[in-house]
Design a protein around this ligand. Structure first.
Ligand code: SF4
Ligand code: SF4
Length: 111
């Protein structure tokens, strides 16, 4: 099996605010552990740690660019499920490439 580049990256989990509908938290019968999230306006939640100027999701374990894992991978919010690695599905993702560049990792696309 081909290695998954995300397992040695993690840049996007420490770059962007991770917001999603409040229905997704366990308190509302969803999957995302409520205690790892904060309230936001407009019925949204945000992953703790990603609301700051220097974000890093509370669920991200390991060292960016070396070896990482999401401690709630199977229960992660829709924002993460919908974030597709650049060229994983045949198209570039500027946000993935930008996050990798900022952490000194080779982006998959050149802009
Ligand atoms: S920035 Fe791209 S390659 Fe890195 S973890 Fe996120 S989706 Fe995967
Ligand atoms: S929940 Fe997991 S996949 Fe989503 S930002 Fe946090 S560490 Fe990354």
């Amino acid at each position: 099996m081909k290695p998954n580049p995300c397992e040695t990256c993690g840049a996007c989990c420490a770059m962007y605010p991770v917001s999603f509908p409040e229905e997704e938290i366990t308190e509302n019968s969803g999957l995302v552990p409520s205690d790892l999230t904060l309230s936001q306006k407009l019925s949204q939640r945000i992953m703790k740690g990603t609301q700051t100027a220097n974000p890093r999701c509370i669920a991200l374990q390991g060292c960016i660019g070396t070896r990482v894992r999401c401690s709630i991978y199977l229960d992660r919010p829709s924002a993460c499920r919908n974030f597709i690695r650049s060229w994983e599905a045949g198209t570039g993702n500027y946000l993935c490439d930008r996050a990798r560049s900022i952490y000194g990792l080779q982006p998959f696309s050149l802009y």
